[in-house]
Design a protein. Structure first.
Length: 215
């Protein structure tokens, strides 16, 4: 599938599930202390470095954009799906949400202090991820941080799976960290946790990366 076909499929799939999805994730952090800890660490690092606003890329209905705002960050969200953006604006009218794609961000070079990409790169075909990571690197200020959440596996090659919304990929944290290193990032730390009851039986992982101050 071409890049634009994959994105049209993903856009249509998320447009179609917006109401159900927004309800599902509305309070999802409430019983996820490890994720909250990673988000808090990310927010603290971004605040300390004070290099610019934070973009929640692939923000969906914006619940994490709002969480980062509540942690004291200047945030905005970007998503491929117009329905997700409309829902995010409705639920969080005090925040900014833009329609757009991570493969060609309408954001200037080096303007962001941080990027959150929470399970939003999971649908990107592996061969296209270097384009996305190059965009992340371009828009981050030197010293800026990236927090990337994804489904984890042990196979060093990415594994396709039938995610409930549309086709997705699991990555070994080492392989994904290596791809990010190739894009110019250095690793700060990572989280890998067991699936909880009721969740799909995959580990979930977060990589906290940084664009080097001279990068
Ligand atoms: C699994 S949802 C995650 C949403 C939100 N980050 C969360 O954690 O609830 C994936 C989101 O990424 C968005 N997305 C996928 N590919 C994208 C792209 N190339 N550019 C922008 N958004 C994208 C989808 O539209 C969808 O809203």
């Amino acid at each position: 599938m071409s890049q634009s076909t994959t994105q049209s499929t993903t856009r249509a799939a998320y447009d179609a599930v917006v109401t159900v999805y927004a309800e599902l994730v509305r309070d999802f952090l409430a019983d996820l202390p490890l994720e909250r800890a990673m988000l808090a660490a990310f927010a603290e690092l971004v605040r300390t470095h004070d290099a610019g606003p934070v973009a929640d890329l692939g923000c969906g209905p914006g619940q994490l954009t709002a969480h980062l705002h509540d942690l004291g960050l200047t945030t905005f969200g970007v998503d491929l799906s117009p329905a997700m953006i409309a829902r995010a604006r409705q639920d969080h009218p005090h925040l900014r949400f833009d329609e757009g794609t991570m493969t060609a961000l309408e954001i200037g070079d080096g303007v962001l202090g941080g990027i959150l990409a929470h399970f939003s790169t999971i649908h990107t075909p592996p061969a296209e991820l270097p384009v996305v990571f190059a965009e992340f690197h371009r828009v981050l200020a030197p010293g800026g941080h990236l927090l990337l959440g994804f489904f984890a596996g042990d196979d060093p090659r990415p594994q396709e799976f039938d995610h409930k919304v549309t086709l997705a990929y699991r990555w070994s944290p080492d392989s994904l960290a290596e791809l990010l290193r190739q894009a110019g990032f250095v690793e700060v730390g990572r989280l890998r946790r067991e699936p909880r009851e009721g969740e799909r039986q995959f580990h979930q992982a977060h990589l906290l990366m940084r664009k080097p101050p001279q990068g």
